[in-house]
Design a protein around this ligand. Structure first.
Ligand code: ATP
Ligand code: MG
Length: 382
């Protein structure tokens, strides 16, 4: 007898001819998650089986975070020949549960002496007799005890939801503009969930933003990388550009121009990294730089699609997501971000592109500044 984890996948079911490709990638991702626990993973009858882990609960928690995983359940694999032992184990799995239940037997070994209705009836009666507080409801039970008779008997009674989505790497690569705020980590999570590999770009204005604000962003990237299979973070020195904008551009346009420079630089990094899109944590109307007109002015400088998965979310909804994925606490640490340091008192809310272009004319060495920022990048793997 041994303990296993059964892993079910979600949307991959919908794939046609490409399904083996997605499944191979999912096995690879689950393997990466389970390997530190000493486990091995294989594909068996349209689900993944994980065995040999030293700590089943910790391993299961880790696997629940893998994109592409619909649900996991702890299961027992045992000798199907000793039906008394199977019944005992079934009762053990149901101990501590109360309310209604049913047994759901599946028998793929057709030579097995009991058929599915008989297995249901016998195990159901045994559990009823041995576990107090349970009654049978075959239509709408609170608990389902599954018993599968294959080469071995498999028993499981607890199904835990996974994060869903598609395995990372199955849908290209994108560069996430990652600040220390609440929004951008959630934006990265939602795109990675669809199978997109991430790299992160962070703009750092030393000494206006300190070492701790950089550490905070790297911690956020670390949390994201537990879902997204490792994230390379590009920390871009942004002080020269911010100072120049601050000195030379009209105050009401500085934030918008700064965002355009972020886009330009992220675009260059995306080029080098083979990332096909950019991602930001913007949502319509959240702040002055996120009005419809401001977003149009920002997109003007990007040479690839800009994904904004939070575009229709309220702050409260974004916060719920941040709590759910575990980034909220870190995002709330009070260290300054480069945006907050240089925020003008009255930013323009309905910018016009011609005015923005005119305002940027005063930055005569724009190309040189961008190049120096790109050359000065520090790369951190999380
Ligand atoms: P958050 O940073 O979480 O979005 P926020 O609402 O304060 O919080 P803004 O300052 O409005 O963010 O920036 C909007 C988007 O621009 C961010 O979601 C992020 O994608 C990007 N961004 C802002 N500051 C930085 C930075 N320092 N480094 C990288 N990207 C940034
Ligand atoms: Mg925001």
């Amino acid at each position: 007898m041994r303990e296993l984890i059964m892993v079910r996948y979600g949307e991959i079911y919908l794939k046609g001819q490409n399904r083996p490709y997605f499944l191979r990638l999912l096995v690879k991702r689950v393997n990466e998650a389970a390997r530190p626990f000493g486990a091995t993973v294989w594909l068996h009858d349209s689900r993944l089986i994980v065995s040999g882990m030293d700590d089943i609960n910790a391993c299961m928690e880790r696997i629940r975070h893998v994109f592409g995983v619909h649900s996991v359940c702890p299961a027992i694999e045992m000798d199907k020949g000793d039906f008394d032992a199977v019944m005992q184990k079934a009762a053990e799995l149901m101990q501590g549960k109360s309310g209604t239940f049913k047994v759901m037997a599946r028998r793929s070994d057709k030579r097995y002496p009991l058929d599915s209705p008989e297995i249901n009836a016998r195990i159901g009666a045994y559990v009823l007799a041995h576990v107090p507080g349970l009654t049978v409801d075959v239509k709408n039970p609170e608990h389902v005890l599954s018993v599968e008779i294959r080469d071995w008997a498999y028993l499981y009674a607890t199904v835990l939801p996974g994060v869903g989505g598609m395995p990372v790497g199955s849908n290209g690569k994108a560069a996430l503009l990652l600040s220390g705020g609440i929004d951008s980590p959630v934006a990265g999570y939602l795109i990675a969930k669809r199978g997109v590999e991430l790299v992160a770009v962070h703009f750092h204005s030393f000494p206006y933003t300190g070492e701790r604000s950089k550490e905070k962003v790297l911690t956020l990237a670390g949390i994201l990388s537990s879902y997204a299979c490792g994230i390379k973070v590009f920390v871009v020195p942004f002080t020269e550009i911010q100072m120049a904008i601050h000195e030379k551009c009209p105050p009401d346009h500085t934030t918008l121009i700064m965002r355009r420079f972020m886009m330009r630089i992220a675009d260059r990094i995306a080029d080098k990294e083979g990332a096909q899109a950019l991602i930001t944590g913007e949502s319509i109307g959240q702040v002055a730089s996120q009005t419809m007109e401001a977003l149009v002015c920002t997109d003007d400088v990007a040479s690839r699609p800009v994904f904004r998965p939070l575009i229709g979310f309220d702050k409260a909804e974004i916060t719920q997501w941040a709590e759910r994925i575990g980034t909220y606490e870190t995002s709330c640490l009070p260290y300054e971000d480069c945006c907050t340091v240089f925020t003008p008192r009255h930013p323009v809310t309905h910018p016009r592109l011609e005015r923005v272009h005119a305002a940027e004319q005063s930055l005569t060495d724009a190309e040189g500044m961008i190049q120096r920022a790109v050359d000065g990048v520090e790369i951190v793997n999380t």
